[in-house]
Design a protein around this ligand. Structure first.
Ligand SMILES: [Zn+2]
Length: 281
């Protein structure tokens, strides 16, 4: 019972703060509350804490270099405040694994949950850090030069960001969880949690880091191939939006309506599955 109260309290405190500092817009905050409660009530407050820390770091990355990115026209809209679509894109896969963890074999699903967070973390870090790169991005599929912010474009700096994003969740996240489980004062909170790491923590950290980084690479590959690419009928600009200048754009590549958020969900889910497979290997 105590862990439910603590989880609800964590969501009840962090969500209004995230809204107040414009990490999330209104609907984004509501969506984050729903996903946060689902994670808190299934995996307990410790893992909810990992998720909240990730979302905070994630938002800080988005805010980082906002002015420079705004000049490039590649910044997230609304001053970096995340919409409900963005929250779902980053958090849905982790929540699915969290909910599954109370139904099935738990430790493997915890690896899936953590890998999904590492995946979203790696993707955000590589995208945001990559946008600050001085060199022009190249398309991950055929290495042709593309404009900054174009889906599927990668830079060396962006890939380094992806590795750091994945490893930071894989190692730091897991060691924090491990430390908290070992902390007597907090045992009350963790007594019902599904995951009690005792040994082989390196194996967990490795699986989660690999899953996370693979997801960031997959995100670029899917972005370069399946993601919808349009040309505006009015201003003739290349765009990733189905609508531009108030009219429907012409599809010139990828699958219609398969946007960046959908690619994110697919990539984080695949990254989580890869993490589980690496863990089992
Ligand atoms: Zn246009």
């Amino acid at each position: 019972m105590l862990e439910y109260l603590v989880s609800a309290l964590m969501v009840g405190v962090s969500a209004p703060v995230a809204y107040k500092v414009r990490f999330l817009d209104g609907l984004g905050t509501l969506t984050a509350c729903i996903l946060g409660l689902a994670v808190g009530f299934t995996m307990g407050p410790v893992f909810l804490g990992v998720l909240i820390i990730f979302l905070t770091v994630n938002s800080l990355f988005t805010k980082m270099g906002y002015v420079k990115k705004a000049l490039l026209g590649a910044a997230e809209p609304k001053g970096g405040a995340r919409t409900w679509r963005s929250v779902v894109a980053n958090g849905l896969s982790a929540t699915i694994f969290a909910v599954l963890s109370i139904l099935f074999y738990r430790q493997i699903l915890v690896v899936g949950f953590m890998s999904a967070i590492a995946a979203a973390s790696a993707d955000t870090a590589s995208t945001e850090v990559g946008l600050l790169s001085g060199s022009k991005p190249r398309l991950i599929t055929n290495l042709s030069s593309v404009e900054p912010g174009v889906s599927g474009g990668v830079t060396a700096l962006g890939l380094v960001g992806g590795v750091i994003g994945a490893i930071s969740i894989g190692i730091i996240g897991l060691y924090v969880v491990h430390a908290i489980y070992g902390f007597p004062m907090l045992r009350l909170l963790t007594s019902n949690d599904p995951f009690i790491p005792t040994s082989g923590i390196t194996r967990y950290a490795l699986a989660i880091s690999v899953g996370g980084f693979c997801a960031a690479v997959l995100d670029s590959v899917l972005g370069a191939t399946l993601q919808a690419k349009y040309v505006c009928r009015v201003c003739s600009k290349k765009t990733e939006r189905a609508e531009h200048c108030g009219v429907k754009s012409t599809l010139v590549g990828g699958i219609d309506h398969l946007d960046n958020d959908t690619v994110n969900v697919l990539a984080t889910f695949l990254g989580a599955v890869i993490g589980v497979l690496v863990f089992l290997a």
